[in-house]
Design a protein around this ligand. Structure first.
Ligand code: 4NP
Length: 164
């Protein structure tokens, strides 16, 4: 990477989907030997779980897959628009909440995680597993894993193209 890339994953509570995405993406970046070129974080559009560790079901599936989840939940703030280059929302509700407080010109850096899915190109939302089963958490983990691989590939490719 020519420049450090700052990526922020956003969901509603910041205890299920976005911390899983953060942990998975961090592991992929580490495996690619690119850790020193990325800043990776996550947050929620609400602060109702601020200060909490990820949900125990997210931690369980992460541990099974050797993904570290040590994030402490926090709420999205306007400052995140300036602190991050890429803001990735888990679903359209999160996207709407982010769009609501964006200043003109800040929306270009906001994307949906499902834009990086090659399995479900028509789907816009990463399912919210909070009120669902442990099996759903596993499904969501697999989806985030696949989206994260494509996201990293896309960032590596874009960087390569912009340096030609
Ligand atoms: P997340 O899941 O947005 O993926 O962290 C949720 C966590 C908490 C709640 C809803 C969704 N809640 O209603 O408390």
């Amino acid at each position: 990477m020519q420049q450090e890339k700052k990526v922020l994953f956003v969901c509603l509570g910041n205890i299920c989907r976005s911390p899983m995405a953060e942990g998975i993406f961090k592991k992929k970046v580490e495996e690619a030997g690119l850790s020193n070129q990325f800043v990776i974080d996550s947050c929620g559009t609400t602060g109702q779980h601020s200060g909490e560790l990820p949900d125990y079901r997210a931690r369980k599936i992460a541990q099974k897959n050797q993904v570290q989840l040590d994030h402490v939940a926090r709420k999205f703030t306007k400052k995140d628009f300036t602190d991050f280059d890429l803001i990735i929302a888990m679903d359209t509700q999160n996207l709407f909440e982010i769009q609501r407080i964006a200043q003109p010109g800040q929306l270009e850096k906001v994307k949906l995680m499902m834009e990086f899915s090659d399995q479900f190109p028509a789907q816009r939302n990463v399912y919210d597993p909070y009120y669902d089963s442990e099996e759903k958490f596993e499904e969501v983990f697999d989806l985030l894993n696949s989206c994260s691989s494509n996201l990293l590939q896309s960032l590596i490719q874009n960087n390569h193209e912009s340096s030609i």
